[in-house]
Unconditional design. Structure first.
Length: 293
């Protein structure tokens, strides 16, 4: 695989990351063993996790468990920010490790880990990854309802028959009623006219678009891309979504229907100037889809 431009992905378990790297030569993902061990042991300390894996690897090797021989190495970013060689396993190896891991969290992790790339979310996520290399991302209108429709059509084209189409039915979620279908056209025109010069302007516009919820499905994933495009154009910044936990984000979004200040603070604290960073973009997509899981 090309080492200078790796494809990075993330799986999640209990809000913890398990990083993955794509192998072009063998057309499959490899997953960080240290991330898995840390998640299963609920251990935040990198050194303790590494030492435990050394112990467990020696134990499994002594017991002739084949998972050790299935382990290979790729470069990943270590806690000190440097890329270092680290043990990785493919999905079969992860399954074997979980089955031989000496605690009762392993099976729960495995159930969560067995993510299907053939699902609608899986296929849409692949399209979202491809946006970074696509010229289409530079052709979308920025900050308009039409631009949001373009994003939604790209992410869900061929997956939903309503991809890119404004809903004609009224919908609600968790007891909250989004803008009634008969008022959507007017609401979207008003959103188009909202300013987007400052961070406060942009977050307010994002919160109002969330209240509109213009599509039957896929609103959150599309609108977060829409938000980042506005931030890049107007402020030369974007959101590092890995700095915003799922629970904090979801709570702030709920509150934003009446007060968007908590959401603005979350986003402000997660802003970065790395607008052309491929790995940051990929991680953002992973988090975006995780929020909706």
């Amino acid at each position: 695989m090309p080492r200078n431009s790796p494809k990075i992905s993330i799986r999640f378990f209990d809000d913890k990351e398990v990083r993955a790297i794509w192998d072009d030569d063998h057309a499959k993902w490899w997953f960080s063993v240290l991330d898995i061990v840390g998640v299963l042991n609920q251990e935040e300390d990198y050194t303790k996790t590494r030492n435990y894996w050394k112990y467990l690897k020696a134990k499994l090797r002594k017991e002739n468990i084949e998972v050790v021989s299935a382990t290979t190495q790729f470069k990943m970013v270590a806690p000190d920010g440097k890329r270092r060689m680290t043990d990785v396993l493919d999905s079969d190896g992860v399954t074997a490790l979980a089955k031989n891991f000496p605690n009762n969290r392993a099976m729960a992790f495995l159930d969560c880990f067995l993510y299907s790339d053939t699902s609608i979310d899986g296929q849409s996520k692949k399209k979202a990854y491809a946006l970074f290399e696509s010229n289409l991302i530079h052709e979308f209108e920025v900050g308009t309802a039409k631009g949001l429709q373009q994003i939604h059509a790209y992410l869900f084209g061929g997956l939903y028959d309503f991809a890119g189409q404004i809903r004609t039915k009224s919908i609600s979620k968790g007891g909250y009623q989004f803008v009634y279908a008969q008022h959507l056209k007017t609401a979207l025109q008003e959103i188009d006219a909202m300013p987007q010069r400052t961070l406060d302007d942009i977050v307010k516009k994002y919160a109002v678009m969330n209240k509109a919820h213009p599509f039957m499905e896929g609103n959150g994933r599309s609108t977060r891309v829409w938000l980042d495009l506005i931030l890049k154009k107007e402020l030369r910044q974007c959101v590092d979504w890995s700095k915003i936990s799922k629970s904090n984000y979801m709570n702030a979004m709920i509150i934003s229907t009446v007060d968007y200040s908590a959401l603005a603070l979350l986003i402000e604290q997660a802003l970065t100037g790395k607008i052309n960073d491929r790995e940051l973009f990929m991680k953002g997509i992973d988090y975006s889809y995780y929020y909706e899981a």
